[in-house]
Ligand binder design. Structure first.
Ligand SMILES: [Zn+2]
Length: 180
């Protein structure tokens, strides 16, 4: 029997943030991609081996999922690596990967110049979800699926400190409580 999940979740590899457990999903419900800091890279054809992009392509074009959720979380080690520069100036795979969220770091810094590093991480975690949603739209087949069959993009954030699940409200441009 073929799989026919309705939802693609792009989540973090963090062991505390399991998309299936968080959403009480069963086998066949979710097509899941997990990577450091739950990032979606921008659309690019050249160079590199694009594992995340391949998974997105298959979910959108092959499985025709109805929703794509970018699931971020509090205390993300990948975002902390970016904000702290822990792996910078090295041959680190982590540094190159989390640089996808560099615009999020700049936005967080600009909006909260006085924030301490941990608080800055929180804002960066939230902004990085928005960056990934923006990057998703740069994939031609994602843009087409939104236009032609109403596929939805959702930004979600799990605050592992409070246990709250938030959803990005595009109109308000802020994260609000998700009542599930
Ligand atoms: Zn993480």
């Amino acid at each position: 029997m073929a799989q026919s999940p309705k939802t693609l979740i792009n989540g973090c590899s963090d062991s505390r943030v399991d998309p299936a457990i968080l959403t009480s999903a069963g086998p066949g419900d979710l097509f899941v991609v997990r990577n450091v800091a739950n990032l979606v890279p921008p659309y690019e054809r050249g160079g590199g081996l694009h594992g995340v992009s391949a998974a997105i392509e298959f979910a959108v074009q092959g499985l025709k999922v109805e929703n794509v959720i970018v699931l971020g979380h509090r205390q993300c080690g990948g975002i902390r690596a970016l904000v702290s520069g822990l792996y910078a100036d090295s041959d680190s795979f982590i540094d190159r990967w989390v640089s996808i969220a560099r615009p999020a770091h700049f936005r967080a810094l600009a909006a909260h110049p006085e924030a301490d590093q941990d608080t800055l991480c929180k804002y960066c975690e939230l902004e990085a979800i928005k960056i990934s949603l923006e990057n998703l739209r740069t994939f031609p087949f994602v843009a087409e699926a939104i236009r032609s069959r109403g596929m939805e993009l959702v930004g979600a954030y799990f605050d592992i400190e409070s246990g709250r699940l938030l959803e990005f409200d595009e109109q308000k441009n802020e994260f609000v409580n998700l009542n599930v």
